[in-house]
Design a protein around this ligand. Structure first.
Ligand code: URA
Length: 192
């Protein structure tokens, strides 16, 4: 695997490791600050993301931006990626084989970024990154330590658009996240 962000993104954009390449418009590699201490992981691109090649640019993305703003962060203070980099047709869940085939890209993003806190947006990301039977409803907002990195699962913004009654719980997760970032991360809120 390549050693620079540029080379990794270039290789990722040519990936044909699963059949999602056949229907994609763009590979959605990830965006944000390549020195970020906080990594957000979603599920996979939707139609808007596939069209633009950028994660979380549709309605769910605007809600994510609003939630970041509430805790005093912008996209450029964090890094945002997905479990699968290509859109599953009709926005279906990524199949396990597709997630598996795509994981090496995320592993390399981890290796280059060295995040201190990872926020898993929704069940697909949380079950892949935290625990196979993770329940967002029951375990959102809790911190799990793995290999010196803190992981938190919370509601996917698209799920919050469908079930707005969960927004207060999600906002509480983000407030707790802000406190944890202040404790664990050196630079996120203190850029010179
Ligand atoms: N949903 C996701 O999980 N990721 C995106 O990039 C957009 C919507």
């Amino acid at each position: 695997m390549p050693d620079t962000w540029e080379a990794l993104e270039h290789d990722c954009k040519n990936c044909r490791e699963c059949s999602l390449w056949e229907t994609r418009t763009n590979v959605v590699f990830g965006v944000g600050n390549q020195n970020a201490e906080v990594l957000f992981i979603g599920e996979g691109p939707g139609a808007n993301e596939d069209a633009q090649g950028v994660p979380f640019v549709g309605r769910a993305g605007h809600l994510l931006d609003d939630m970041l703003e509430i805790i005093g962060l912008k996209r450029d203070d964090v890094y945002i990626a997905n479990i699968v980099k290509c859109r599953p047709p009709q926005n279906r869940d990524p199949q396990p084989a597709e997630s598996e085939a795509c994981m090496p890209w995320l592993r390399e993003q981890f290796r280059l970024l060295k995040p201190k806190i990872v926020v898993c947006l929704g069940r697909i990301a949380a079950q892949r990154m935290i625990r196979k039977d993770f329940s967002v409803t029951k375990e959102h907002g809790q911190l799990y330590e793995k290999g010196g990195i803190l992981f938190m699962g919370t509601f996917h913004p698209a799920a919050l658009l469908r079930s707005p009654q969960n927004k207060p719980a999600a906002f509480a997760d983000f407030t707790a996240l802000r406190d944890n970032i202040e404790t664990v991360c050196k630079h996120t809120y203190h850029k010179d």
